[in-house]
Ligand binder design. Structure first.
Ligand SMILES: Cc1cc2nc3c(=O)[nH]c(=O)nc-3n(C[C@H](O)[C@H](O)[C@H](O)COP(=O)(O)OP(=O)(O)OC[C@H]3O[C@@H](n4cnc5c(N)ncnc54)[C@H](O)[C@@H]3O)c2cc1C
Length: 457
């Protein structure tokens, strides 16, 4: 019998660790160190996903043991108690996870329990795709070309011999020390993930390339939370996406599917960036010659968090974050650019807020996204190419449909007025604020801030 330790792979289907075992004892541990870095939306989603995982095991005649504490004592203790042959897990690539796994490995070695880790969350594990010089990639386009051309494995078989050990009930959010999240969260579990995947592949995937930047069109997959918690396997996603590609009725539709596949490669690109540079969680990926002199502006930061900057598209994105624990990708870029280039605040302030509020917060993708927007990351937005929030709103939400959905104060205002909010002589009678900064001025100041950091003053 093997002890199978679930972490960010909360499913029974297409799970490499489970497929490697003939008889398994599934375990999940609420790790106190990980919980210190967690926040209500993520813990709430994870509890629902665990509930669904436990049900999936029950249906197959088994159980899921749930424990809480330090995995480096709990896992070896359980291994000894159940006299297992091996302890198995799927790799997690963040710095925190790597440290935790190192401690568990050492404790198991000490008591001479065999253990094995598997690459499951990604197709091509960090380091599998390298430049011709043997270095990890820092430019996405080259990484993507190799990633795309590598063979992709098929989904793994579901396990069928599961030990029936149920253990304690699932703790509640408050047992774990968290409040209820403010946001209404997506349904959790493998069934919900399958539904999201099939809804997407039944239609939106064919418009993805054309429509993915238009938030009101809602044509993206919403799979980020499932890929984060592993409520669906990456091979299963690929299988269904490849089926959709085979059913495509035109070259445009096929290209659209490929565009979606390249987003899955971005996820693996950032996973390897984090793996080889665990310090990016707190440091800039790209060192500038001088410190970037970000400002200290608590009032500006609060207005950004509350969605009250007076820039309608920015505020809509920030309010979507509050109400859904999710933000459309175009909006993540717009609000991150606004924080760093218009408010001139440190990207780490924004990253911390996302970490608290996003249900799909993923260290690699979130950090990669923030450092991209802040021009401090690998393959990042150049510091002088600064999003104009009004133009972004006009281009990607021309009828202000997305804005009105999230900013009720602007529902009675016409789109043209909304997109001219920064230059109106007279404001409509609404609670919605006037702009807290002047974009044109801040743009100049942001460029000067980066030039100073680059030593080009
Ligand atoms: C500042 C900022 C912060 C971000 N934080 C996160 C985060 O915490 N977690 C997260 O999963 N993504 C993050 N992203 C990337 C992206 O915005 C989300 O993955 C996407 O919006 C999720 O919606 P979706 O599943 O409908 O995406 P789709 O467009 O359907 O994409 C499919 C999948 O591809 C991956 N993906 C898509 N875009 C990216 C990208 N730019 N980088 C890496 N992977 C990508 C995700 O796993 C996503 O679920 C961030 C981007 C930015 C600019």
């Amino acid at each position: 019998m093997d002890l199978c330790w679930h972490r960010r792979d909360l499913r029974t289907a297409d799970n490499r660790m489970l497929a490697a075992s003939d008889e398994l004892l599934p375990v999940f541990v609420f790790d106190d160190t990980v919980l210190e870095h967690a926040a209500p939306p993520r813990v709430a989603f994870m509890l629902d996903a665990l509930d669904s995982l436990r049900e999936a095991y029950r249906e197959r005649g088994g159980g899921l043991l749930i424990e809480r504490g330090d995995p480096s004592t709990i896992i070896p203790d359980l291994a000894a108690e159940f006299d297992v042959e091996r302890v198995l897990w799927n790799h997690d690539y963040s710095g925190l996870a790597t440290e935790r796994d190192e401690a568990v490995r050492a404790a198991l070695d000490e008591q001479e329990t065999n253990h094995e880790g598997f690459h499951d969350a990604v197709f091509h594990e960090p380091g599998a795709i390298r430049t011709n010089n043997g270095d990890p990639y820092s430019v996405f386009t080259y990484f993507w070309k190799k990633w795309r051309d590598r063979e992709k494995s098929a989904p793994y078989e579901e396990p069928d011999s599961i030990v029936d050990e149920h253990g304690e009930n699932l703790p509640s959010l408050s047992d774990l020390g968290f409040d209820e999240p403010d946001a209404s969260l997506p349904a959790a579990g493998s069934e919900a993930a399958e539904e999201r995947l099939s809804r997407f592949c039944d239609g939106p995937i064919y418009r993805y390339e054309a429509d993915r930047d238009y938030p009101a069109k809602e044509c993206t997959s919403r799979l980020s939370v499932d890929l984060k918690y592993g409520t669906i396997g990456i091979r299963r996603v690929w299988e269904i996406v490849e089926n959709a590609k085979a059913d495509a009725e035109s070259e445009d539709e096929r290209d659209s599917v490929t565009e979606f596949q390249s987003q899955l490669a971005w996820r693996e690109f950032y996973t390897q960036v984090l793996y080889f540079n665990p310090n990016v969680v707190t440091d800039h990926y790209n060192a500038y010659e001088n410190e970037i002199e970000f400002r200290d502006d608590p009032a500006g930061l609060d207005a950004w968090k509350a969605g009250k900057t007076g820039y309608p598209i920015v505020d809509a994105g920030m309010r979507q974050l509050r109400s859904e624990g999710y933000v459309h990708n175009r909006l993540r870029m717009i609000v991150a650019s606004f924080l760093t280039k218009d408010l001139l605040l440190d990207w780490r302030e924004g990253y911390d807020w996302y970490k608290k509020k996003l249900v799909d917060h993923d260290t690699a993708n979130d950090n990669g996204g923030w450092q991209w927007a802040a021009s401090t990351g690998t393959d990042a937005q150049p510091y002088f190419r600064i999003f104009n929030p009004m133009t972004q709103g006009e281009r990607y939400d021309p009828d202000a449909e997305y804005i009105k959905r999230h900013v009720p104060d602007l529902r009675e205002v016409d789109a043209e007025t909304i997109h001219s909010w920064h230059e109106l002589d007279e404001y409509p009678d609404t609670e919605y604020p006037t702009p807290i900064v002047d974009h044109a001025e801040r743009r100049e100041e942001a460029i000067a801030m980066f030039e100073q950091a680059r030593g080009e003053e």
